[in-house]
Every structure is written in structure tokens, then in C-alpha cells.
Design a binder for this molecule. Structure first.
Ligand code: UD1
Length: 356
């Protein structure tokens, strides 16, 4: 009996997670795959360019839901994904990460009796003010197969009563993509200083709080006296920056358009320091051994702090400045790469899924 798998992606961080899984499953003749894009992210630089660079097939279905409140976005995905599942009748729906597309697709599938596999299961920040934390907890509860990137994920799932026979520790699929693409990383077409700080910020807790965003920008401007600051700006952040009454610091910081995968990877690899609130970038810097300061009070990826090069600076701007000065002065935390972050996580997933 052929197995038909429906992969659902929607937002930028989903694409580099689904790509290696689809690739690994393509070598199984018993597996048919379809790809659904919810359209949560739709700008060329947030979506299409990733499909091209990662060598992903064009989606079979694009739900084109676009932006909206969490309720609107989640509801739109659910109401449009339902008929797709009913028509295609997949034997398994695979969802990725923790975005609204993840929970929406999982919920529809579970209620239609279609088994759900969650890639990147078990991560917990224990902070329910983060929309992603709600998405993680709920998706894991209704998934039949849970693929974790690290041991802490298995422990979290056990604590939430999820039976161990549904959980598989496979490693980190995002690192699979990084390992495959690293030789192709190319520096973007910008005037690149020999030493620089790379910044990304997009979490609502940082960018929707305008007075705080202003303080962060001023701190980055101060740091730019020590090393140029390059800041590719997410659309959510771009809107917030436009809403700032004063953009003190914006002239010193080099604000860039969102970057495609390969140029961003090249910038990451050569950065002296990364300042971010992204989950994925905390993992990528850990793998690459690049110092990372996370402007977050908690992380669902504690392994990047325990093993990796990551330090949480929370909302303490003095700590951010001091830690940045130390790192730029050559004081580097020696990290190590967690087990199973070896470029082969998707192969392990494909083996499990295809033998069901
Ligand atoms: C979403 C995810 C977040 C992930 C992030 C990566 C949820 C709850 N959040 O956050 O976990 O880290 O993606 O980028 O799913 N916009 C555009 N063009 C686009 C996409 C968005 O202009 O292609 C703008 C819209 O104004 C939109 C805003 O960005 O309202 C936010 O987009 P949305 O998908 O709601 O959340 P993200 O902040 O991107």
C-alpha cells in the first residue's frame, strides 16, 4: 500500500524544516507526497525565494490566507485546509515547528481522523504569553508521531503525559538544511565590513512594544561604535520601526531587506556576534560556534544555552552591552554541537514514517 503524506508549511521557518524531510522521503518508492502552503507568509523574500534556494517543489496547493489576527489567520487556514484533507485523503499529515499554520493544520487533521506527525516536537519555553508556546503544547497533544530535536523535548513530552512510543528523538532538521546548504552560502551583494554584528528581531515581545524597540535600537547604535551592525528587517519589525515617533539610532544601524536563505547563512557564518530573538538562529549559531545573545527572557531551546554559544540577555540592556563588549573583545564561550545535530535527522524521520 502506498503511503500518501501531506506536508503543511506556511511561515519562513517552516521551509528549511520541511525541505530535508521531503527530500529524504522522495527516495522511498512507496511514498507519495503533496505540499500545502498556507500562505501565512507570502512576500517573495519571506517565501518564494526559500523554495527556490532550498530546491523545494512548488506547493501543490496554496491556501493564500495571508496576514490577520491569530484568530483570523488560524481560522482561515482551518476552514481552507479542511476540504483539501477531505479531498486528498492523505495517510499522514506532517506539520513543522510552532507557527499558526502548524496548529491549524494539525487540528483539522486530527478531527478528520488523519494521523499527524509533528517535526520539532517537545520544545517548551514554559511561557504561555508566547503564541508559539500555545501552538507547541496543543500540536503535541494531538499528534500521533512526535519527532524531537533533543532529549529535553522527550522529557517535556513525558511530563505532559504523551506516551513514549509516539515520540522519536531524531535530531534537528533545521541543521540538516544548514549542513547541506553551507557550501553554497554566498555573501549578499552589500558592502560587507570585515567584522560586524548581525541582528534579527521580530518577536511581538520586542517589536510590538515601541518604547522597548526604541531602546533596543539605541543600544544597537551604541554597539555600532565598536562593530558595524547589520540588521535584515522582518516585515513585522519594518512596520513597527515606521511607527516609532523618533528613530534614534536608525542611521547608525544598517537596516536591510529580509534576506534569502543563502546570503543570510553567509552573513551568519562570518559574524563576530549575533543578536537575535529567533529560535532557529539560536540553533544555527550553536552549530556554527558563533556567539549569540538572545533578546529573550526564556528559550524553548535551552540546549543552545547549556551546550551552545547562546546567552539569554532578557530585557537587560546593560547585560546586552556588556556581553557584546566582552565577545567583541575576544571572550568567546566555547560551545559544542548537541547529539544528532548531524545533518541526518530527516533520514531518520523518513525511515520511521515509511515503515509505519
Ligand atoms: C510568524 C510566526 C513566528 C515565526 C515567524 C517567522 C506565528 C504565531 N508566528 O511570525 O513564530 O518566528 O513567523 O517569521 O505563527 N508580513 C508581511 N509579509 C509576509 C508575512 C508577514 O508583510 O510575507 C507582515 C504582516 O504585516 C503580518 C506580520 O508581518 O501581519 C506578521 O506576520 P505573521 O505571519 O502574523 O507573524 P510573524 O511575526 O511573521
Amino acid at each position: 500500500m502506498p503511503i500518501s503524506i501531506c506536508h503543511v508549511v506556511g511561515a519562513r521557518p517552516n521551509f528549511m524544516k520541511a525541505a530535508p524531510v521531503m527530500r529524504a522521503l522522495a527516495s522511498y518508492s512507496s511514498v507519495r507526497q503533496i505540499l500545502v502552503h498556507t500562505g501565512q507568509h507570502y512576500d517573495v523574500n519571506m517565501s518564494d525565494v526559500f523554495f527556490q534556494q532550498l530546491g523545494m517543489p512548488a506547493p501543490d496547493v496554496n491556501l493564500q490566507v495571508g496576514s490577520g489576527s491569530h484568530a483570523q489567520q488560524t481560522a482561515a487556514i482551518m476552514s481552507q485546509f479542511g476540504p483539501v484533507v477531505t479531498e486528498k485523503k492523505p495517510s499522514l499529515v506532517m506539520v513543522y515547528g510552532d507557527v499558526n499554520s502548524t496548529i491549524a493544520a494539525a487540528l483539522v487533521s486530527a478531527k478528520l481522523g488523519i494521523p499527524v506527525a509533528h517535526v520539532e516536537a517537545g520544545l517548551r519555553s514554559f511561557d504561555r504569553t508566547m503564541p508559539e508556546e500555545i501552538n507547541r503544547v496543543l500540536t503535541d497533544q494531538i499528534s500521533d508521531l512526535l519527532f524531537t530535536p533533543s532529549e529535553d523535548g522527550n522529557r517535556n513530552l513525558a511530563r505532559e503525559g504523551i506516551s513514549a512510543d509516539r515520540v522519536h528523538l531524531v535530531g534537528n532538521v533545521m541543521i540538516d538544511t544548514l549542513v547541506r546548504m553551507l557550501p553554497h552560502a554566498r555573501v549578499p551583494d552589500i558592502d560587507l565590513p570585515p567584522r560586524y554584528i548581525l541582528v534579527t528581531l521580530h518577536r511581538p515581545s520586542n517589536v510590538d512594544d515601541l518604547p522597548w524597540l526604541e531602546q533596543l535600537l539605541q543600544t544597537l547604535a551604541v554597539l555600532s561604535d565598536h562593530a558595524p551592525v547589520l540588521f535584515p528587517v522582518h516585515p513585522r519589525t519594518a512596520k513597527a520601526l515606521n511607527d516609532l515617533p523618533k528613530r534614534v539610532g536608525a542611521e547608525q544601524v544598517r537596516l536591510l531587506e529580509p534576506l534569502p536563505y543563502l546570503p543570510f547563512l553567509a552573513l551568519l557564518q562570518k559574524a563576530s556576534l549575533v543578536i537575535t530573538d529567533s529560535g532557529g538562529i539560536q540553533e544555527e549559531t550553536t552549530f556554527l560556534g558563533i556567539p549569540c545573545l538572545a533578546v529573550r527572557e526564556n528559550t524553548e531551546r535551552p540546549i543552545t544555552v547549556e551546550y551552545g554559544t547562546n546567552l539569554l540577555v532578557g530585557r537587560d540592556l546593560d547585560l546586552l552591552r556588556e556581553a557584546a563588549h566582552r565577545i567583541l573583545g575576544g571572550e568567546k564561550k566555547q560551545g559544542r554541537v548537541p547529539a544528532l545535530w548531524d545533518g541526518r535527522a530527516a533520514e531518520r524521520i523518513a525511515e520511521i514514517v515509511s515503515s509505519r
